[in-house]
Design a protein around this ligand. Structure first.
Ligand SMILES: Cc1cc2nc3c(=O)[nH]c(=O)nc-3n(C[C@H](O)[C@H](O)[C@H](O)COP(=O)(O)OP(=O)(O)OC[C@H]3O[C@@H](n4cnc5c(N)ncnc54)[C@H](O)[C@@H]3O)c2cc1C
Length: 289
């Protein structure tokens, strides 16, 4: 692989310092988290920042904690930490199931949730998890902090609502008592990006679906979600017939393109089948199976 073009390097000492450096250097600067997306892009000259601002010393961006009725995950929390987190596992098995199939241990040890969300790759797995769970992000700039729903965060492939002099500091997930969740991915080989993935949470109470969320990646679902399928299920019994109809609506919301990972009809088939499987398992888990 090529080597990157020469680049300046600064280690931020605080979030405020990182924001000041971003303001000073404008769009010539890029934040460096795990580097597993940014550095390959620099080697390929698809990104040519003049200065890298390294976030790796910022303990304020680390840690997974509960705050009120939300789980708060710092932007610099790694895939490996998400995989091993007892807090996340207690509330949502979707995290472990997704993380087990994201890349390999080398990438998972360095790659972060903040970098994953901000890279906004249309095949990114945690974006589907975040959309399924209807999470939100905290974005900080010199003017203060703002909160944004993850379903409004991505503007398109590789584009987010984080401004030039802003940092994503936290990703937040609502806690839903009684929720079951699941994630499934089809990949060509272990550690590869998905051909298609789907994730879901479901809360079943009184024999009907009280709440649910469906996330999809690599299949062109807008904002990585399937709101029509979710709306269809609310208030209905989680029968095989209803789950299958919801999975069809989810596939209808997808617009995949053909590439080396497969043709369009195969990806649409996977969107339907994987959604059905995660809905079934999320329902069973919510019902205590
Ligand atoms: C071989 C390989 C296989 C992979 N397979 C998968 C896979 O199967 N599924 C999957 O989902 N991902 C996969 N990935 C991607 C992996 O998850 C990366 O870790 C992730 O995309 C980027 O995270 P990072 O911390 O390395 O970010 P970086 O590469 O450091 O940064 C990515 C981008 O986000 C910006 N950024 C980083 N942090 C912030 C922040 N806090 N605020 C604002 N902007 C920020 C950077 O400036 C940069 O533009 C794979 C990567 C590799 C190398």
């Amino acid at each position: 692989m090529q080597t990157p073009a020469p680049v300046e390097y600064a280690r931020a000492t605080s979030v405020g310092d990182a924001i000041a450096l971003l303001e000073k250097h404008g769009d010539e600067a890029r934040l460096l988290a795990g580097g597993h997306s940014l550095l390959p892009m620099m080697k390929l000259r698809l990104a040519r920042p003049e200065i890298l601002i390294d976030l790796n010393d910022l303990d304020e961006l680390r840690g997974i904690r509960i705050e009120g009725d939300e789980i708060v995950v710092g932007a610099m929390v790694t895939h490996a930490e998400i995989l091993d987190s007892p807090v996340l596992a207690e509330h949502y098995s979707i995290f472990r199931e997704a993380e087990k199939v994201i890349a390999d241990p080398i990438v998972r040890n360095k790659g972060t949730i903040g970098g994953s969300m901000c890279q906004a790759d249309p095949s990114e797995d945690l974006s589907a998890v975040g959309s399924a769970l209807k999470g939100s992000v905290i974005i900080q700039g010199s003017g203060g902090k703002r909160s944004l729903a993850l379903r409004e965060f991505h503007e398109g492939p590789y584009e987010t609502k984080v401004g030039d002099a802003e940092i994503l500091t936290e990703v937040r997930f609502p806690i839903r008592p009684g929720a079951g969740s699941a994630y499934e991915k089809v990949e060509r080989r272990v550690g590869d990006w998905p051909v298609a993935s789907a994730g879901a949470f479901v809360v079943v109470a009184g024999g009907v679906v009280k709440d649910c969320g469906i996330g999809l990646t690599a299949v062109g679902a807008e904002h990585f979600c399937a709101p029509d399928a979710e709306a269809f299920l609310i208030g209905k019994a989680p029968t095989e017939e209803n789950l299958s109809a919801a999975a069809k609506l989810a596939a209808d919301a997808c617009t995949p393109y053909a590439d080396q990972r497969g043709p369009v009809d195969y990806k649409l088939h996977l969107a339907h089948e994987l959604t059905l499987r995660v809905l079934r398992r999320a329902v069973a888990s919510s019902q205590g199976a």
